[in-house]
Ligand binder design. Structure first.
Ligand code: SF4
Ligand code: SF4
Length: 346
């Protein structure tokens, strides 16, 4: 009785966040060569978030700008996906997600427009089939692009700006030059934004060579090309954002928006970023050495409201480590943050 009342009251004090990322599934139909889902397949726990669990979260999203339905998996595989979108839209929340693009059927894309999904980001790792398909195994570049062309047509036919299409491009040494062709591709599918990001969680040491921020000697070449693409994109009204490519000397700046966003994993655990998600196990490579993943959670929405978890002292102290004004100390950070390329701006 008392706990029910407390939960009711907690709705009113729910945190004002830029976004909450919700891992609606850990199943995936892709086998991207660098992804923990592929590389940890022997110990991977496949499951979908239930609608019941999702509903435990949503009352605490009153002051959240964007609900991003995304974790380590392909969101469209969860058969409750559109119900989750509908719940968020009914609450007046913006909704987005990232997909590998394989399941973009006619019916699915019509639903995006119908439900006014705000953002559909599609992952690419090349601008040619030969390169993309080698890296993002289990997905087919030509099929993904043709799906997106159809989505563009559906939006035109229904005179709808929804959803905005974003391209999420994973930059590797082997596909970097193909970024030169990303703008024509974005025009072709009417993408309004491109985000070029680095491989920041390296599970297999052979991918250390692929991560461009490790190539210190070529950092300026990379940066020059990225700046050039950004300038051209700007002229075309396309937002081009990129991470890195070099690592920063500043020790306490995390690429993730940990002070105004959080991740809810498939089991309801509240974590600051996808890299601390307890679904991950095994070791990863940081600066050439093997480091165990130290996943942790600040609470579970099955036990407590998001409001209480967000406001607990341990979580507040953690966030303060990333407040430059408070001078967060690297020595106070958990090991996963000390040994993290995202903290170094990647
Ligand atoms: S589609 Fe996403 S979750 Fe699936 S294997 Fe590729 S990167 Fe991993
Ligand atoms: S530093 Fe890395 S592990 Fe720590 S919160 Fe940021 S992204 Fe996550």
């Amino acid at each position: 009785m008392f706990s029910r009342l407390r939960r009711q009251l907690d709705k009113f004090g729910s945190p004002a966040l830029d976004w909450v990322q919700v891992e609606v599934t850990t199943y995936c139909n892709g086998s991207c060569v660098y992804c923990p889902h592929t590389l940890m397949q022997n110990s991977w726990a496949n499951r979908h978030m239930t609608l019941e669990l999702f509903n435990q979260l949503t009352p605490f999203l009153r002051h959240v700008d964007l609900v991003y339905l995304q974790g380590w998996g392909e969101p469209l595989l969860n058969t409750d996906f559109f119900e989750m979108v509908r719940i968020c839209r009914n609450l007046g929340r913006r909704v987005g997600f990232t997909t590998n693009g394989v399941l973009l059927s006619e019916e699915t894309m019509q639903m995006f427009v119908e439900l006014q999904v705000d953002i559909v980001a599609v992952s690419l790792a090349g601008t040619t089939a030969g390169t993309h398909n080698q890296i993002r195994k289990g997905t087919d570049f030509d099929q993904v692009i043709s799906n997106l062309e159809r989505l563009r047509q559906i939006k035109d036919d229904r005179n709808s700006p929804f959803p905005a299409v974003h391209i999420a491009y994973l930059m590797l040494k082997s596909n970097f030059d193909e970024l030169k062709k990303v703008l024509p591709l974005a025009r072709r599918v009417a993408a309004s934004q491109i985000v070029a990001s680095n491989l920041t969680l390296i599970i297999d040491s052979k991918f250390s060579e692929e991560a461009i921020f490790c190539q210190i000697d070529r950092t300026d070449d990379y940066r020059n090309m990225l700046e050039e693409i950004k300038d051209r994109a700007n002229l075309e009204g396309i937002i081009f954002d990129f991470h890195g490519p070099g690592l920063e000397a500043t020790p306490s700046v995390c690429r993730e928006n940990v002070r105004r966003a959080c991740v809810i994993n498939v089991d309801g655990e509240v974590v600051p970023c996808v890299l601390t998600n307890p679904i991950l196990s095994s070791d990863y490579i940081f600066e050439g050495r093997s480091v165990p993943i130290t996943a942790f959670s600040f609470g579970n929405i099955q036990d407590e409201s998001l409001t209480r978890i967000w406001n607990n002292k341990e979580y507040a102290d953690f966030r303060n480590l990333f407040d430059i004004k408070l001078g967060g100390m690297q020595s106070d950070m958990p090991q996963c943050c000390v040994a993290c390329y995202k903290r170094l701006g990647a």
